[in-house]
Design a protein around this ligand. Structure first.
Ligand code: PGA
Length: 245
């Protein structure tokens, strides 16, 4: 696990953009795993800028998002479909049929989980999976206690996650109670992982990730078992990092 320390959110976003663009330019048919939340917004802004400047095309890229709420229409402003369109997809030249998110509105959600896994397998491995991290160590919507062997599945969101995400909704009662998420094993099968962490609120989380033990109580700790993880973290997120000598 390599940690790249940067000054602030802006530098984190720019560094992550360069990292992702290298993959997009290097590979013949890159498969990117994408994430939502406050963390990757700046990265997506930079990707859009690079596209608008004519520095990159996404015509050959396939994407798979980590997760989606259940029971929200893709056009709902709080859905992750909407988020991704607004921040990235509607501004770049990626063909629509190469964009994949779980359908949280499917009539058979179990079936949707299987379909999503199958689509990822058909695309081959995810070349680069982007991750944020929850304060409780969740990755995707894999909350503490999720088996490391989990595949794409339906989750009940824990109260702390609903509370954290309620900042995007009129009230906490409007935050969905369930979501579909890629499983931890699904994430771990990606060839490379890029984890972004920013802000003082995540300082304890980053220290626990770096120095804590690998345990299902802290889902992101599984990343220690992955051969190629890069963490880009800003000064505030690194402020409680204990460096072991
Ligand atoms: P955030 O969410 O980027 O909005 O902090 C990260 C996460 O919960 O995975």
């Amino acid at each position: 696990m390599e940690i790249v320390r940067v000054k602030d959110y802006e530098e984190m976003s720019k560094t992550a953009c360069n990292y992702m663009l290298r993959k997009v330019k290097e590979l013949e048919s890159p498969v990117l795993g994408l994430a939502t939340g406050s963390t990757p917004e700046g990265l997506y802004r930079h990707l859009v800028d690079e596209y608008k400047k004519g520095n990159v095309s996404f015509k050959h890229v396939q994407t798979f998002n980590l997760d989606e709420y259940t029971k929200l229409d893709p056009t709902d402003i709080n859905s992750y479909h909407y988020f991704m369109n607004k921040h990235l997809f509607e501004h770049i030249d990626i063909p629509k049929d190469q964009i994949h998110l779980p359908n949280g509105n499917a009539s058979d959600l179990e079936d949707e989980c299987h379909n999503y896994e199958n689509k990822i397998s058909e695309a081959g491995k995810i070349d680069l999976q982007l991750l944020g991290i929850g304060i409780n160590g969740h990755i995707g919507f894999n909350e503490p206690g999720t088996p490391f062997t989990s595949r794409t599945h339906i989750v009940t969101l824990v109260e702390s996650t609903r509370k954290a995400n309620s900042r995007f909704f009129p009230s906490i009662d409007d935050v969905p109670t369930h979501a579909i998420t890629m499983g931890i094993e699904t994430i771990m099968e990606s060839k490379e992982i890029l984890l972004l962490v920013f802000g003082e609120m995540k300082a304890d989380t980053l220290n626990r990730l770096t120095n804590g033990e690998v345990s299902e109580d802290f889902p992101a700790s599984i990343l220690h078992k992955h051969p190629k993880v890069t963490i880009i973290a800003d000064e505030a997120a690194c402020s409680k990092l204990v460096i072991k000598s």
